[in-house]
Write a protein that binds this ligand. Structure first.
Ligand code: SIN
Length: 181
């Protein structure tokens, strides 16, 4: 496997949540990618984009897990993009260096993760509670439920699977159609 180092001053950014489908920043190239040793979990509170101060929504973060793979999308960006992204990901996220794997090669890059000690961290909850919270909440970027549906759609478009995301998606759609949440 080739280890890509020459990105001509640009940096790879790995997105595993809203960054997959909603950029709003310039990039030179985008590729399907994954990282190893991390799982995507709906364990982070959102007091801004998908919830409000008194009623935070649930969005994704990365949790370390042996043998796990987290699929997403990597963007080759200029360094100044991170100033903009630091504002967008201000609710508990920090930059973390990760090894990003592509279909053919790999590169070091940056991802935004919300560590368990951050003020907005919610942690695990029974799926019923997560679905209820996600269906209830919305914030300045829209409904929390749409975050889940967009993420599921974007993962399918990448031909990537994440059973947790797909389960939440089907429970949200079920609740919309009048089934038990
Ligand atoms: C990401 O998309 O990579 C970070 C989490 C989010 O903004 O949803």
């Amino acid at each position: 496997m080739r280890h890509v180092v020459d990105t001509a001053g640009s940096i790879w950014l790995f997105g595993y949540g809203s960054l997959i489908w909603l950029q709003g920043f310039p990039y030179r190239e985008a590729r399907r990618a994954y990282i190893r040793g991390w799982e995507r979990r709906f364990w982070q509170g959102s007091h801004d984009h998908r919830g409000v101060q008194d009623d935070p929504g649930r969005v994704v973060t990365l949790i370390e897990a042996d043998d796990a793979h987290c699929h997403g999308r990597a963007f080759l960006v200029d360094a100044n993009v991170f100033e903009q992204l630091d504002q967008r990901e201000i609710n508990g996220y920090r930059r973390e260096q990760v090894e990003i794997h592509f279909d053919e090669d790999r590169a070091m890059g940056i991802t935004y993760l919300a560590p368990i000690e951050n003020f907005a961290f919610l942690g695990d909850a029974p799926v019923d509670e997560m679905v209820e919270q996600i269906n209830r909440c919305s914030g300045r970027s829209g409904r929390n439920a749409d975050y889940v549906l967009e993420l599921a759609r974007a993962l399918r478009a990448l031909d990537a699977s994440d059973p947790r995301v797909f389960e939440l998606e089907s429970r949200i759609i079920g609740a919309r159609n009048g089934c038990k949440a």
